[in-house]
Design a binder for this molecule. Structure first.
Ligand code: AMP
Length: 369
């Protein structure tokens, strides 16, 4: 287990005038490098050699330097951690970073300062902890069923640790649940232990919105939470295969097609302005709960996955405790960030701005873990 004192000792050894921003070349790395560069930071891409050309292809977003690895998990190795520390790197953890390196490895072995609170990643990665977080926030969440015999309405079945919706399916009774699980075990797409660990969650019908927030410790103003403010930087929704295009199939054929929920891309959206108070309040509540559950809380970017029902009520089914790929829609800012900042402000740039402000105020230690 890596203790905070050790990370802060490493941060103290950094030359704060030469801090660089680093991340794995994947997920939202172009946006992160582009944003860091706009704020005047040097950037370091951790990359496998086969991917490097894809970053070199974008001259305003490619990193200034690369650290080449064979496997992303190599980052845990002493030799690579030393390289990161020597270069004064603050790591930005995005979704692929956490997936490749592993939340457990980050907690137990990674001594390099990471922007944000590592405990938030732990809450995000464990469905039970995530639910406790959303419930502590006092916001509406879908009903969950501890046992298939209790299924009394359409439910979505989620795999433990499933990424990007892969393998999710919908049932409306215990009988259907057993049939579907049996079929999947036979096909080999599900194991018995998967079946023991699934989450059975009420399927919420409505329109999906994924608001992207930022909890700032450096800037004051509305919406207040703890000693900081919650910003709404953008909203997206995902394009999931095949459910989002099922309407294109003739109705008579639809009965034979099973919906799937695999994330393939994102679309920009804006909300009715009268729904903004609720949306901002969701962000504030989730931040305040994070301050109670894992102080110093949800530092930096996070996203809620919500469905807005026809009662104009948001039901939140998931939280991502880091930059989400949906922010890639707004490298030059969004229809919300432009009312907060007078220059193009992506989430990548927003993190760099916060780090810059932290350095300026000699409070960088408050922003990393
Ligand atoms: P997740 O892995 O939880 O982000 O879910 C992947 C996708 O499944 C979401 O983007 C939604 O389209 C869908 N989904 C998940 N949970 C629910 C729910 N409770 N009700 C309706 N759709 C859901």
């Amino acid at each position: 287990m890596i203790h905070r004192e050790e990370i802060l000792r490493n941060l103290k050894r950094y030359d704060h005038k030469k801090i660089k921003i680093g991340t794995i070349c994947s997920h939202s790395a172009l946006q992160i490098f582009h944003g860091a560069r706009s704020e005047g930071f040097g950037t370091v891409g951790i990359c496998t050699s086969d991917r490097r050309f894809a970053y070199e292809a974008f001259q305003f977003a490619k990193p200034d330097e690369y650290i080449t690895v064979n496997h992303y998990q190599d980052l845990i190795k002493e030799e690579f951690q030393q390289q990161l520390l020597r270069r004064n790197i603050v790591i930005i953890p995005h979704g692929s970073f956490v997936e490749y390196v592993g939340a457990e490895n980050l907690k137990k072995e990674f001594r390099v300062p990471i922007y944000g609170n590592r405990s938030a990643l732990e809450f995000e990665g464990d469905r039970r902890k995530m639910r406790a977080w959303l419930q502590d926030a006092g916001i509406k969440t879908p009903r969950e069923y501890s046992d298939p015999s209790k299924i009394d309405r359409p439910c979505i079945i989620k795999f433990h640790g499933a990424r990007g919706g892969r393998g999710f399916f919908v049932v409306d009774s215990e009988k259907r649940y057993q049939e579907e699980v049996g079929k999947r075990i036979k096909e080999g797409t599900m194991t018995k232990s998967d079946a023991e660990e699934v989450t059975i969650q009420e399927l919420i019908v409505g329109v999906r919105y994924y608001p992207q927030y930022f909890y700032s410790l450096m800037f004051d103003g509305e919406v207040k939470a703890g000693n900081g403010r919650v910003e709404l930087l953008g909203i997206d929704r995902r394009l999931e295969s095949n459910v989002d295009d099922l309407y294109r199939i003739p109705e008579r054929a639809r009965a034979f097609v099973e919906p799937s929920y695999v994330v393939t891309g994102n679309l920009p959206v804006v909300l009715r302005e009268s729904l903004l108070p609720q949306t901002l309040d969701l962000g504030r509540r989730v931040t305040e709960a994070s301050l109670r559950l894992f102080p110093p809380g949800m530092i930096g970017p996070f996203c809620l996955e919500t469905v807005c029902t026809d009662d104009l009520e948001f039901i939140t089914f998931e939280v991502s405790a880091r930059i989400v790929a949906g922010t890639n829609l707004y490298p030059e800012g969004s229809p919300y960030s432009c009312y907060l900042f007078s220059e193009p402000m992506s989430t990548g740039r927003r993190m760099a701005r916060e780090i810059k402000e932290g350095i300026h105020k000699k409070r960088l230690a408050d922003l990393v873990s």
